[in-house]
Design a protein around this ligand. Structure first.
Ligand code: 8DG
Ligand code: MN
Ligand code: MN
Length: 373
């Protein structure tokens, strides 16, 4: 039933967006709200609340659907007062006024829209918002706005790369990357990482990790791959970052998932005919181009960091964060994408597989599909 809602900024009469009855899955409803609250906190540069909402969302995502009262979530970790307040609102009114207020907020809407463009972060989005810009069209027509190369590509391929990538498309890209890499270096190791390795059906990009069996042989590998993709006429955009990896700087103690390996952020052209099950079908109704642009990330660590990089790039971000916190708090170890350092023994622990890393941490192996935190 449509409800009249009065919030501080607006009065609306509309169908509630967040209704328990719609999906019947309260934790998931609150999870969606927590993600939006996290995003809004990020736009306000409130790091603490942002992380807290992300953790809450992650816990809620893992719950079974049968939650009908606040008591049912008593004792669960990471569900703070703010998240409980949202849950209470939804239990009482079938909706969260606080979240709806955020959704209606002009600044939130503009920042969400602007950051949806590849190459645009919260800082740039904020700058554009302060200039009074509200739509993508306004940004493109504002004469004083200087877009960098990445942002220009982001706008150019906006409709394609804001469309989810399917598993079939990821598989097709995997074949292309594999063929390209092995044409250059037949003994290279290639692995699918990111969300698709965790078994997700859809992703925003496709992530790959590649390395060479011999240390140092991976240097220059990505540049060759990029050249080869260019020769094949499928490279639409490439942002290459050379390695800044320095063994002497290990261990690092950054609680982030950034690393120093050579990597590239690409936009590739994927032909419809290369995607299994899509032969003869149009990728997008009304779009008869027969191809789409897809975001692809390639990372090439040296082989002795391979397992750590694989663990880091498989994600999820939240899983990685939790694992690093566990290593430090429970094991006095520092884990990042390069190494695992034992502070007690004062040495780096070697690992050739992810299983080795979990064993060093005294944890049972966690399969990639169980890492969707
Ligand atoms: P999605 O693409 O389906 O949306 O999800 P995803 O595959 O989990 O996210 P992603 O943004 O593609 O990143 C994949 C994982 O890689 C994620 O857990 C974070 C991790 N990661 C690092 N280092 C870096 C980095 O420098 N940049 C990015 N974008 N991700 C990184 O370990
Ligand atoms: Mn990804
Ligand atoms: Mn990625």
């Amino acid at each position: 039933r449509p409800v009249r809602v009065e919030t501080r900024h607006c009065i609306q009469v509309r169908e509630p967006v967040v209704r328990v009855s719609v999906c019947g899955h309260l934790p998931l409803c609150v999870c969606v709200c927590a993600c939006e609250l996290a995003e809004s906190s990020e736009f306000n540069e409130s790091k603490g609340p942002c992380l807290a909402f992300r953790q809450a969302a992650s816990v809620l995502k893992s719950l079974p659907s049968a939650v009908h009262c606040l008591e049912a979530i008593q004792g669960l970790p990471c569900l703070g007062e703010n998240t409980k307040a949202v849950m209470e609102e939804i239990l009482t009114f079938g909706r969260s006024f606080k979240v709806e207020e955020i959704r209606c907020d002009e600044r939130y809407q503009a920042l969400k829209l602007f950051t949806s463009v590849f190459g645009v972060g919260p800082k740039t989005a904020e700058k554009w918002y302060r200039r009074g810009l509200r739509s993508l069209q306004e940004i493109l027509t504002e004469p004083n706005i200087q877009l960098n190369r990445m942002q220009r590509a982001g706008f150019l391929y906006y409709s394609d790369i804001s469309k989810a990538v399917s598993k079939a498309e990821a598989k097709a890209l995997g074949c292309i990357i594999e063929e390209t890499v092995h044409w250059i270096a037949p003994d290279a190791t290639l692995a699918l990482t990111g969300g698709f390795r965790r078994g997700k059906e859809y992703g925003h990009d496709v992530d790959f990790l590649l390395t060479m069996p011999e240390m140092g042989k991976e240097e220059g590998l990505l540049l060759h791959v990029i050249d080869r993709l260019k020769d094949q006429g499928i490279l639409l955009y490439c942002e290459y970052q050379g390695s800044t990896f320095d063994v002497s700087k290990l261990p690092s103690c950054r609680f982030e998932d950034m690393d120093c390996f050579q990597k590239c952020f690409l936009i590739l052209r994927l032909e419809q005919g290369q995607v299994e099950g899509e032969r003869g079908l149009q990728m997008d109704p009304g779009d008869s181009r027969g191809w789409r642009a897809v975001r692809v990330d390639l990372v090439a660590p040296p082989v002795d960091c391979y397992a750590f990089a694989l663990l880091g790039w498989t994600g999820s971000r939240q899983f990685g964060r939790d694992l690093r916190t566990f290593a430090q708090k429970e094991r006095q170890m520092l884990l990042d994408n390069h190494a695992l350092y034992d502070k007690t023994k004062k040495l780096c622990l070697l690992a050739t597989t992810e299983e080795d890393i979990f064993a060093h941490l005294g944890l049972e192996y966690v399969e990639p599909w169980q890492r969707n935190a």
